[in-house]
Ligand binder design. Structure first.
Ligand SMILES: CC(C)(COP(=O)(O)OP(=O)(O)OC[C@H]1O[C@@H](n2cnc3c(N)ncnc32)[C@H](O)[C@@H]1OP(=O)(O)O)[C@@H](O)C(=O)NCCC(=O)NCCS
Length: 161
């Protein structure tokens, strides 16, 4: 299993993987694959890392820029992240997170289960808000400088369906 940036040939495999990984998740809008496509089309898929095993895409994570009170402060949104069901629980999610977070963002936000993401240094922070979601699920990690304050806006690609 190795991690690398996506190539054009991976795109259909990424789409299929994300669809399969999120299919059983009750919280899922089932739009995650469309979101990654939309981010890519809009030039906002800053990092698209895959985990590959013998030509199969078994894991994927996307990072895209977010605005904070409308400003680009070098912060990114992490997600969606997906590991193929039969490969889950073997450290691939952790490896994708670690590799993506090492790529030089000042900070990252994400929406997800605190039980999973707290181990990567993410926590809810009252300074950074995302309207319309339960505050404890919106988490941030700061990698350099101070944590900014403001309302976070994801790229429009997240409205894709
Ligand atoms: C979430 C997901 C990406 C994790 O990938 P993974 O390869 O199974 O994760 P890892 O094996 O690297 O696990 C990392 C750690 O998180 C834990 N973990 C994994 N999934 C978890 C979950 N849903 N809740 C809490 N902890 C979880 C593991 O036990 C492991 O802990 P450990 O290092 O102490 O042993 C994967 O389960 C997945 O694709 N799920 C479906 C899609 C999804 O829910 N994506 C996230 C949306 S917020």
């Amino acid at each position: 299993m190795k991690l690398r940036e996506e190539t054009a040939a991976d795109i259909p495999l990424i789409r299929a993987l994300i669809t399969r990984a999120f299919a059983p998740m009750p919280f899922s809008s089932q739009t995650e694959a469309a979101i990654v496509d939309a981010l890519r089309d809009r030039g906002k898929l800053s990092v698209s890392l895959i985990a590959e095993d013998e030509g199969n895409v078994v894991g994927h994570v996307a990072f895209s820029p977010v605005a904070i009170d409308g400003a680009d402060l070098g912060w990114y949104g992490l997600g969606p992240i997906a590991v193929a069901p039969e490969w889950q629980g073997q450290g691939i999610g952790r490896a994708l997170m670690d590799a993506g977070l090492a790529l030089g963002a000042r900070g990252c936000v994400l929406l997800g289960d605190p039980a999973f993401y707290s181990r990567f240094g993410f926590q809810a922070d009252a300074k950074l808000t995302l309207p319309g979601v339960p505050a404890e699920y919106f988490q941030a990690a700061t990698f350099s400088g101070d944590t900014p304050s403001g309302e976070v806006t994801y790229d429009e690609g997240f409205s894709a369906s």
